[in-house]
Design a protein around this ligand. Structure first.
Ligand SMILES: Cc1cc2nc3c(=O)[nH]c(=O)nc-3n(C[C@H](O)[C@H](O)[C@H](O)COP(=O)(O)OP(=O)(O)OC[C@H]3O[C@@H](n4cnc5c(N)ncnc54)[C@H](O)[C@@H]3O)c2cc1C
Length: 408
């Protein structure tokens, strides 16, 4: 690449948690130059987990979920409501959908994911939940008595089912899986979660897909692959997500699944070259975590945008400082502990590690009773690589430590 323009800003694309944490980390790591954050959404960065919970259930506004603005962020420039369309890594420019071509000194890729849609014609009553605007649009339709079909039984689908059910809706989950949340919880816990959701009144149809969404101007029913027809006023599609990588096409970055990064969160090209001035953070980043092995993976958990944003900011600040510290900062160990939680009715799930690395035979009950409070261990080659607690948060801490120390 050609030489950097030191007067150009560091440009962060994606104004959500990952982008915010990278900007904060740049400042905390001593970088005092210009930072510009370009984000497609009109809202300043906010917390997404409440979108499937409190935001649907109460009158929560952007203010209530917005991340606090820290003092060191005062001079960061925010370009909101603007979408990155292309980037030129040679010329070091970013083109946005308002026609501007912006120079950058270094680039941080933080564009995350978008909700995948079912391939049916648009019709009122169909929803996804990824953004605050999505959640607010859905909230208006989750009135007591509404018939809701949730397509997909991952964490998000199950959380949305629980929230809709608590609001008085009658909820049916439709899923091709054998059990809800089977990936990554496994069939033992998946089966138990199905039982618990059933007890709360959520109906779950497993092993089926959606054949059609019927209705005139709005949803009337959902036709399943086995011929059943489920009456519906609202369909919530929770069928996975896609990485927002289109603006990076033609850059030569490795975009096999998200964007490949090395352990310093530097973007890596298809030729295996890590770029010192292009970084990747958050849900879109596929990076190796030596806590488990050297296989790069994307991890869609809340702590990852924070941990990778901090790491990218620190490495990039050292690169820009050009004071000889770069190699030492890159060599610092970086092995973030994946962690997620999910609240469904009164069921509180908390997990550490990578549960999805494990096959069903390596899932063991560590403490408690599956039908009540329980800690479940996920083993690979006899090493603990993940732990899940249902209503057992504090008891997980020794297992968390064990995973961090190599699982033995
Ligand atoms: C509804 C919901 C509930 C969740 N609940 C939990 C939970 O309970 N527990 C848990 O551990 N995790 C949860 N998560 C996951 C967690 O919130 C995510 O891991 C985290 O939000 C990812 O942050 P990010 O900054 O990497 O990406 P994102 O939050 O996806 O942000 C990317 C941003 O980039 C913007 N963007 C995309 N393309 C462009 C472009 N071309 N130009 C400019 N901007 C662009 C997007 O509009 C978006 O604002 C939940 C996620 C969702 C959606």
């Amino acid at each position: 690449m050609s030489g950097a323009n030191p007067s150009a800003p560091v440009v962060i694309v994606g104004a959500a948690m990952g982008g915010l944490r990278a900007a904060e980390s740049l400042r905390r790591s001593g970088y005092t130059g210009a930072i510009r954050v370009v984000g497609e959404e009109l809202h300043a960065p906010y917390n997404r987990p409440p979108l499937s919970k409190e935001v649907l259930a109460t009158d929560v506004t952007h203010e209530a979920v917005a991340f606090p603005s820290r003092a060191e962020m005062g001079d960061v420039e925010w370009m909101l409501g603007v979408r990155a369309s292309t980037v030129d890594l040679e010329a070091r420019t970013l083109t946005t959908d308002d026609g501007q071509v912006q120079p950058w000194r270094a680039l941080v890729i933080a564009t995350g994911l978008r909700a995948r849609r079912l391939d049916f014609r648009p019709i009122a009553g169909r929803h996804v939940v990824r953004s605050l605007d999505d959640a607010m649009a859905l909230r208006a339709e989750l009135t007591a008595g509404a018939r809701v079909v949730v397509v997909g039984s991952g964490f998000l689908g199950c959380e949305l089912s629980a929230t809709a059910s608590k609001l008085g809706c009658s909820v049916t989950v439709v899923t091709p899986s054998v059990e809800p949340m089977i990936r990554p919880l496994g069939s033992l816990v998946g089966q138990e979660m199905r039982r618990r959701l059933n007890v709360e009144g959520v109906e779950i149809f497993t092993g089926v897909t959606v054949a059609a969404i019927n209705g005139g101007t709005s949803v009337e029913s959902v036709e399943l692959s086995d011929g059943r027809v489920v009456p519906a006023d609202v369909v919530i599609e929770s069928v996975g997500s896609d990485c927002n990588i289109e603006w990076l096409e033609g850059t030569g970055l490795d975009m096999g699944d998200g964007v490949l990064a090395d352990n310093a969160m530097r973007a890596v090209t298809t030729e295996g070259v890590a770029l010192d001035d292009v970084y990747v953070v958050g849900d879109i980043a596929r990076f190796p975590n030596p806590m488990f092995d050297d296989v790069p993976r994307r991890i869609e958990h809340w702590n990852i945008p924070t941990d990778t944003g901090k790491r990218a900011g620190a490495v990039l600040a050292a690169h820009l400082a050009d004071d000889g510290s770069f190699d030492d900062v890159v060599a610092k160990p970086f092995a973030p502990m994946p962690s997620f939680w999910s609240n469904q009715f009164e069921i509180k799930l908390q997990a550490y590690g990578l549960l999805g690395l494990v096959t069903d035979d390596d899932v063991r009950i560590l403490e408690g009773d599956l039908a009540d409070q329980v800690a479940v261990g996920y083993y690979r080659d006899d090493r603990l690589v993940g732990v899940l607690g249902i209503g057992m948060k504090a008891a997980l801490l020794p297992y968390r430590k064990q995973i961090a120390e190599g699982g033995v």
